[in-house]
Design a protein around this ligand. Structure first.
Ligand code: ATP
Ligand code: MG
Ligand code: MG
Length: 380
């Protein structure tokens, strides 16, 4: 079976690596260079996008900011999962908020902005501090502003209006202002929905971000009532989209109540732990779902942490000497802050996971790998 992935980064690569053993071949379409490549070897193939679509048994995506004409072409084929609407919803915060409203899934109070009057009303009604985000672009905290006081309003508006002015009829731009949520922590749920509507959901992951980028995730700490809230949101959103594949939902935990931050219609960085920590990883399960195969067991094997490797040219090989640890390298050119790989570490208990993280913290400099020692100490 052949699967075409829109997007040719590490997520397509890990989908490929996780499904070779199922006799599934994955090719990836690089939207930037408009070429079809093997996402593991990076070898280009001579196929055009249309030929790759014709040759594929199923088509999926590894990111949500995909040009509308490419989405339309894939949709026409009748074999695109989770499909153009789900991808477009995840790629547009205005559509995403409308879906949350429709399904009555709680999120931060927000206002959609297309002109300065809207912005001033949002400041009046929501109050400062505000988090302001471009609706149709942005990842890893890019395309965002924080507005904390009167003095920041004009400068922020100048930058916001640049984005709004780049709006076209085919791809209209808008901005969302959200109340800044004083959350206790951030968590995410990753689940998979099959073509027959069956859902399987991984245990909730607790996530730490540094400057808007995920740096560390832990699976295996969760309490039943928080897991139940997240599963409820997953079922409502996945069913409303008639979703097929892996869907990720990020939340703020505010005194035990979950508010949705955003959804990602794809495999997600906060689910990378599942490669070692679950029976079937998010990558294999996504491929199984879009290929129409039975979806696999999502239960936790052992508590597992994932540490992102950002901007480094390699992963220190000594990490492999720490019991329960393995590393994943994406084969990309190093750039400051770029996601280059990740480290997964599993242990039989949270206490032992803390001990393993403490060993890793001795190898990984705090400046490059923030929060590892602090997390270790909390778990021990
Ligand atoms: P991703 O790489 O996860 O797609 P993104 O660029 O889409 O990131 P968000 O997840 O919306 O951005 O925001 C990045 C981070 O900024 C969040 O993980 C959270 O730490 C912080 N943040 C975003 N919105 C709010 C909010 N309303 N209140 C408080 N913090 C927020
Ligand atoms: Mg996002
Ligand atoms: Mg996010």
């Amino acid at each position: 079976m052949n699967i075409l992935v829109l997007g040719a980064g590490q997520l397509a690569r890990m989908m490929s690596l996780s499904s070779t053993h199922l006799d599934i071949k994955v090719l990836a379409y690089d939207v930037g260079s408009q070429t079809v490549i093997n996402p593991v070897t990076f070898a280009t193939t001579p196929e055009s996008l249309q030929q790759a679509i014709d040759n594929a048994d199923a088509i999926t995506a590894e990111f949500e900011h995909i040009p509308h004409d490419v989405l339309a072409l894939c949709e026409q084929s009748g074999k695109f999962y989770p499909g153009a609407e789900a991808i477009a919803t995840g790629g547009d915060r205005a559509k995403e908020k409308a879906l949350l409203d429709k399904t009555s899934v709680p999120c931060a109070p927000f206002k959609i902005i297309t002109d300065k009057a809207h912005f001033l009303t949002a400041i009046d009604e929501l109050g400062m501090p505000l988090v302001v985000k471009t609706c149709q672009a942005g990842y890893d905290g890019k395309g965002q502003w924080r507005v904390k006081s009167e003095s920041e309003i004009d400068n922020t508006w100048a930058e916001m209006s640049e984005f709004l002015q780049a709006s076209t009829e085919a791809q209209p731009h808008s901005i969302v202002a959200e109340k800044m949520i004083p959350f206790d922590r951030e968590v995410s749920i990753i689940g998979v929905r099959a073509k027959n509507g069956e859902c399987k959901i991984y245990p909730l992951t607790e996530n730490q971000h540094t400057n808007g980028v995920l740096t560390l995730s832990i699976a295996g700490k969760e309490k039943a009532n928080i897991q139940a809230q997240a599963e409820d949101a997953f079922a409502k959103l996945a069913n409303a989209l008639d979703y097929v594949g892996v869907l990720a939902i990020e939340f703020f935990d505010v005194e035990g109540q979950l508010l949705v931050n955003e959804i990602a219609p794809r495999v997600h960085n906060s689910g990378h732990w599942s490669q070692q920590g679950a029976h079937v990883s998010q990558f294999e399960n996504h491929i199984r779902a879009v290929a129409g195969l039975p979806i696999g067991d999502t239960s936790l094997l052992r508590p597992t942490a994932m540490i992102n490797v950002l901007g480094q040219s390699h992963i220190p090989s000594q990490v492999l000497a720490v019991s329960g640890t393995t590393s994943h390298w994406y084969g990309k050119d190093a750039k400051p802050g770029r996601k280059m790989g990740h480290i997964n570490v599993s242990a039989d208990s949270l206490h032992k996971l803390g001990e393993a993280l403490a060993e890793l913290a001795d190898i990984l400099p705090e400046a490059d790998y923030p929060g590892v020692m602090e997390t270790a100490q909390q778990l021990i």
